[in-house]
Design a protein around this ligand. Structure first.
Ligand SMILES: Cc1cc2nc3c(=O)[nH]c(=O)nc-3n(C[C@H](O)[C@H](O)[C@H](O)COP(=O)(O)O)c2cc1C
Length: 184
């Protein structure tokens, strides 16, 4: 059986609707996956680098779960990447520890999916924001195993009906992550 590591980069899951629900669903449907919730484990952004590296070494599949913040991963996840994926571990001549592992991106946005297109408010398709992540996988010798993305998941000023609809789309998102991971 493959070992799955899910890393949550949300900066405050206590005030999350979508990522919290997605992570709960993933816990239920991928019970053997290890979940790292960076906000509760490292509220001061000071990571246990050795422990985080060991979790990556132990994993066959790494899922990065985060809300899209200013067109990329939130600060907490960025700092985790900066501190943990260091030369000699993840890249460089002797940095081969992550070779062959599969990387899956799972993220949510506030803007609806249809805004992410040429001529739309967000100007670019969502795929235009992925190259830095893809190259991160490349440089670390990881295999890019795809992305799962759902938009219009902002909780601000929503009616009960809209929240119910958002809930079902967040659950569908989690189902897609499970399907993707199980197919690897
Ligand atoms: C600091 C910040 C930056 C954000 N940047 C973006 C963005 O660049 N594009 C976008 O579509 N939504 C953006 N959003 C909306 C979030 O992506 C959205 O609220 C989140 O995916 C919902 O997940 P949650 O319920 O787990 O917090 C941003 C929200 C915050 C708080």
């Amino acid at each position: 059986m493959k070992n799955v590591l899910i890393v949550s980069g949300h900066t405050d899951l206590n005030n999350s609707f979508a990522n919290k629900l997605i992570l709960e669903m993933l816990k239920e449907k991928l019970p053997n996956a290890v979940q790292t919730l960076l906000d509760s484990e490292y509220p001061d952004y000071q990571f246990d680098v050795a422990a985080e590296q060991q979790k990556l070494i132990d994993a066959d599949v790494i899922v990065l779960q985060f809300p899209f913040f200013w067109y990329g991963a939130p600060s907490l996840m960025r700092k985790w990447m900066e501190d943990v994926f260091v030369h000699g571990f993840s890249h460089g001549a002797t940095g081969t520890k992550l070779h062959g592992k599969k990387l899956v991106l799972s993220f949510t946005s506030g803007a609806p999916e249809e805004m992410y297109q040429e001529g739309g408010l967000q100007t670019y398709p969502i795929e235009a924001f992925l190259p830095p992540f893809k190259q991160f996988a490349n440089l670390c010798g990881m295999e890019w195993a795809g992305h799962i993305y759902t938009g219009a998941l902002s909780y601000i000023s929503k009616s009960d009906e809209q929240r119910t609809e958002m809930r079902s789309r967040a659950i569908a998102h989690a189902d897609s992550v499970v399907e993707t991971v199980n197919a690897l």
